[in-house]
Design a protein around this ligand. Structure first.
Ligand SMILES: [Zn+2]
Length: 458
């Protein structure tokens, strides 16, 4: 029989007794110590007509996830960076699965490389440039085709055996936007993953292209956010063909044409036709999209002018066939929230929520006060579970009620919210669990709660 007791330390001991574990609260992240610069707009604030805003921008700023430092430049707070690092991990895993290797190029690229390819002029005013004390020009790189091609060109003995070569980085990129807007969706500094591939022939380059596209499909499927892949324009990057990945959203800046019959789609700037070029359907649907990734089959546009050659079997030298592939890392944080959130509550792709679990503890001095240490115990137990390792935040604020904490945790969009309250003081302690992904609410015993969380993460 479970004894009636209000001392939660004893209660915890009771539960752990059988396993012989010791009552020991490991250090869990807490809301009371979190650096979260919340930025609530003043009550009488009116949004200026020329200042468009987006859901993600508003929620990120109000909830202390992202903070603007000057137009188009943003601080990612500890919450924002946690989310970004989770996304980076997913991208790293999938790219390494297809043989890509990570490196890091300098953010500054020598201006003469950009002059050689002609992009110093063709990029226009969006290109941020600086001069050093010797008067040499540099580009605050928006992308690194020149830098990476120059790197490969400088390898004296690149042979066909080393190809395909797939090199990528995840770093800050820069674009001098005339009108930065919508927070991380269109900023002047942003985090981008850029991959560059080098192949022997047009055919093998095409195979590499398809392999990388498959990895991209997997990344977006894992994010579990609705996306479309469409034929895109090659624009200023150039090349033979390209595809874009979009999150459909009314706030998107691209017009897309999607065929509901064969699911083929194009960026509207590529095809003003009302007929699907693949299946002939005349039922093309228009939608807006936020571009989150772009792939290009480049051909030899960069390798030719920057001399990226390799030696083949018989010793002859041939020019490398290239591809380049971007993913807007910081943009995806905002774009996914733009698509999934309600007007007042964030919803994350489960994989990239800053914390997966929030445990709500009672307020100090409340009737439930004696359950506070039980909440600490529950939080530290979940935080040691394989799939939630260091991924739990405990709302331990002493002066805030359970109701308010629950409301705020829902606004933050933590996928699992565990409430330790009045029911936790009953003979058999019960715990409430809110599963925001499934939009369900359950009352569980401790064992049921741990089982549920284990099941949900497998
Ligand atoms: Zn079609």
């Amino acid at each position: 029989m479970i004894p009636l007791q209000k001392n939660c330390k004893q209660l915890a001991k009771f539960y752990l007794g059988a396993t012989g574990a010791v009552w020991d609260v490991k250090c869990v992240s807490t809301v009371s110590s979190l650096f979260q610069p919340i930025c609530l707009p003043p009550k009488d604030a009116t949004i200026k007509k020329d200042e468009p805003t987006s859901k993600s921008q508003k929620l990120f700023s109000e909830l202390g996830i992202v903070r603007q430092s000057s137009p188009g430049l943003f601080v990612l707070t500890p919450l924002g960076i946690r989310s970004l690092e989770k996304l980076v991990k997913v991208v790293d895993e999938e790219l390494k699965n297809v043989g890509c290797q990570k490196l890091q190029l300098p953010i500054l690229t020598a201006g003469n490389l950009w002059k050689t390819t002609g992009r110093w002029e063709s990029t226009g005013l969006e290109l941020l440039t600086i001069k050093d004390r010797h008067g040499r020009d540099y580009v605050l790189s928006p992308t690194h085709e020149e830098a990476i091609t120059d790197l490969v060109a400088c390898l004296p003995q690149l042979t066909h055996k080393q190809l395909p070569l797939k090199l990528y980085q995840i770093t800050s990129k820069f674009r001098d936007e005339i009108k930065p807007r919508f927070g991380l969706l269109r900023s002047r500094e942003f985090t981008m993953k850029d991959l560059y591939t080098f192949d022997k022939t047009v055919e093998t380059a095409q195979q590499t292209y398809e392999l990388v596209c498959k990895a991209y499909d997997t990344i977006f499927q894992r994010l579990n956010t609705p996306f479309v892949k469409v034929a895109g324009s090659t624009g200023n990057i150039g090349g033979l063909s390209s595809h874009e990945y979009h999150f459909p959203s009314s706030i998107g800046e691209d017009d897309l044409r999607l065929c509901p019959v064969c699911h083929f789609g194009t960026n509207a700037e590529l095809s003003p036709l009302d007929i699907c070029t693949k299946c002939g359907s005349t039922n093309m649907k228009d939608t807006k999209g936020i571009e989150v990734a772009h792939t290009f089959l480049l051909g030899t546009k960069y390798s030719e002018v920057l001399n990226a050659f390799f030696s083949s079997d018989d010793g002859t030298r041939s020019v490398c066939q290239m591809g380049c592939y971007g993913i807007g890392i910081s943009r995806i944080l905002a774009a996914s929230v733009e698509v999934l959130a309600t007007e007042s509550e964030i919803r994350w792709p489960k994989l990239i929520a800053p914390f997966s679990v929030c445990v709500v503890a009672p307020k100090g001095g409340s009737k439930e006060e004696s359950a506070i240490s039980f909440a600490h115990f529950i939080a530290s137990q979940i935080d040691q579970m394989q799939s939630f390792m260091q991924d739990v935040i405990l709302d331990d604020r002493g002066a805030t009620t359970i109701g308010k904490k629950l409301m705020e945790a829902k606004r933050m969009g933590y996928p699992f919210i565990v409430v330790v309250g009045r029911k936790s003081m009953e003979q058999v302690p019960l715990i409430e669990l809110y599963d925001l992904t499934k939009n369900t609410q359950n009352v569980f015993t401790v064992a049921q709660l741990f089982d549920y969380l284990k099941m949900s993460s497998s």
